[in-house]
Design a protein around this ligand. Structure first.
Ligand SMILES: Cc1cc2nc3c(=O)[nH]c(=O)nc-3n(C[C@H](O)[C@H](O)[C@H](O)COP(=O)(O)OP(=O)(O)OC[C@H]3O[C@@H](n4cnc5c(N)ncnc54)[C@H](O)[C@@H]3O)c2cc1C
Length: 469
């Protein structure tokens, strides 16, 4: 059978669905993408308002795989891609109401006031600590506290986890949320040792570590990326299409979906779901509710994104970095702020500056209970104090993500194993998206290659083509 006779339906036009559809389409499969909303991108949402360019979802991605450059080129965005300015490498952490640059070299590490002398000594002892017996069932906090000490957990990892997952390190599984960190200990017996030896391995595979990968966006913001991929796939994308059910037939699947007010059906050989876990939970035919129970175990905390524009002349804090993160111990009402117009050009007019703040997450979801307007005004006041800004913002805009980013919590391994089993028992169904294999844009694109290959091997072991030119 030729590939163009195999019908694959992709559910969801976020970056996971689109990137996989892109490879499958390029390889000649018959693709249809069904998307609930009236535009592509999912979590990638960019808007232009009053002269500001606002990314309400990811503000940037890390170029951790050459596949990103490959897609960018093939969808015609090479002239649009921009990389973070060098000064954005500097990241700040708030401690005692002051911003401290995160040290990036040994001298800066010894000089910084972010960590006490005791914490610095404790960090140096890392290679002398052995493995834990807890394996899969270790939280990020337990792992970091054991290897690097409590203060490093509080003032480096706790805010870092807020920056990546809007998460709480006490509940996240180190193995599932930070598999590379876990692997360093497993393979090499320690983090410092593993970092050095791991760098050699990546060099061989031509991959970039998250620390050294370049941070990218686009002149017109992140959503231009899924939009350009979607254009390449047209006319095979249907928007405003809410997939309600996937029903197993003898040799293939029936999809029931609602387009506007009309109920529709379609038969397909393969279903690739990339919709969020809580949506997937109600879609699949699953008599014992096992799949839906596992999918519903995945927690997506609420996050509010607050975008602020100020006149540059009133900002006292030098804007020489990426932004800052706030450790839970500092007891503020937000997780941190990205200095959007410092990192990338074209975010605000010349005399203005733009910031993106994040509120809530798994660390403080309760903030939204009866919050009203006072939460945002209190966050703005706290932000102004930290940044030495003496005037109110001239522009405020916000977006609430009621279910923002999936958390790979303790016990996630059970879900991971069940998803594998489900795919094995239901040949032709593939579960993907940011609740499997990493939440970052880079991870979603890396996973698109794995999913593409999985689908090829399912189809009578059809050879996958080499995706990289
Ligand atoms: C506020 C925020 C900030 C972030 N910041 C960063 C960052 O700076 N860097 C980074 O790398 N990552 C960041 N991320 C994470 C990253 O953006 C996401 O993990 C990634 O974009 C998810 O892509 P996805 O395709 O897996 O899922 P999604 O983007 O969620 O796409 C799923 C799609 O499925 C559709 N859908 C849902 N139900 C149905 C249905 N029944 N039928 C049809 N379609 C359906 C949805 O409408 C959606 O378009 C951020 C995420 C958020 C929310």
């Amino acid at each position: 059978m030729d590939k163009n006779q195999i019908k694959i339906t992709v559910l969801g036009a976020g970056i996971s669905g689109l990137a996989t559809a892109f490879w499958l389409n390029k390889d000649g499969f018959d693709i249809t993408v069904l998307e609930l909303k009236n535009e592509p991108g999912g979590s990638m949402v960019t808007r232009r308002e009053d002269g500001f360019l606002i990314d309400y979802g990811p503000n940037s991605g890390l170029e951790t795989t050459p596949l990103i450059g490959q897609i960018v080129e093939e969808v015609g965005l090479k002239g649009q891609i921009i990389y973070a300015q060098d000064k954005a490498n500097k990241r700040y952490i708030l401690r005692n109401n002051q911003l401290h640059a995160l040290p990036t070299n040994p001298l800066a590490f010894f000089k910084t006031k972010l960590f006490s002398p005791k914490a610095k000594l404790r960090l140096l002892a890392e290679p002398f600590f052995g493995k834990s017996k807890e394996g899969y069932y270790q939280s990020v906090s337990e792992f970091v506290k054991r290897r690097l000490g409590q203060e490093f957990l509080d003032y480096a990892i706790n805010p870092f986890v807020a920056g990546v997952f809007a998460g709480n390190p006490d509940n996240l599984s180190v193995k599932s949320a930070f598999p590379k960190l876990y692997r360093l200990e497993e393979l090499y017996g320690g983090l410092f040792k593993g970092l050095i030896l791991g760098a050699r391995e990546r060099k061989k595979r031509a991959e970039q570590s998250k620390q050294s990968a370049r941070m990218f966006s686009f002149k017109d913001g992140m959503q231009i990326f899924p939009k350009a991929i979607a254009r390449k796939l047209e006319p095979n994308i249907q928007y405003n299409s809410n997939v309600e059910k996937v029903v197993k037939l003898e040799t293939n699947y029936k999809l029931v979906y609602r387009q506007m007010d009309e109920s529709k059906e379609m038969v397909t050989d393969i279903v690739l779901s990339t919709v969020p876990a809580f949506h997937a939970a109600s879609i699949f035919d699953d008599r014992e509710n096992k799949l839906s129970n596992h999918l519903n175990q995945i927690y997506y905390p609420p996050v509010k994104v607050l975008f602020l524009g100020f006149q540059k002349e009133f900002v006292g804090q030098p804007l020489d970095g990426f932004g800052f993160l706030i450790p839970a111990k500092e007891k503020k009402s937000f997780l941190g702020a990205i200095w959007s117009s410092t990192i990338f050009p074209f975010r605000a007019d010349e005399d203005l500056v733009a910031f993106t703040l994040f509120i809530g997450g798994a660390r403080s979801p309760e903030l939204f209970d009866n919050a009203g307007d006072s939460l945002v005004s209190s966050v703005i006041e706290q932000f102004k104090k930290i940044m030495h800004i003496h005037k109110d913002p001239i522009f405020i805009s916000e977006k609430m993500w009621f279910k923002a980013i999936p958390q790979y919590r303790l016990g996630y391994i059970e879900q991971e194993r069940y998803f594998d089993r489900f795919e094995m028992n239901n040949p032709g169904i593939f579960l993907s998206g940011n609740y499997r294999g990493g939440v970052s844009v880079g991870d979603c694109i890396k996973n698109s290659e794995l999913t593409y290959k999985k689908i090829c091997s399912h189809v009578n072991n059809m050879p996958a083509v080499n995706l990289l030119k």
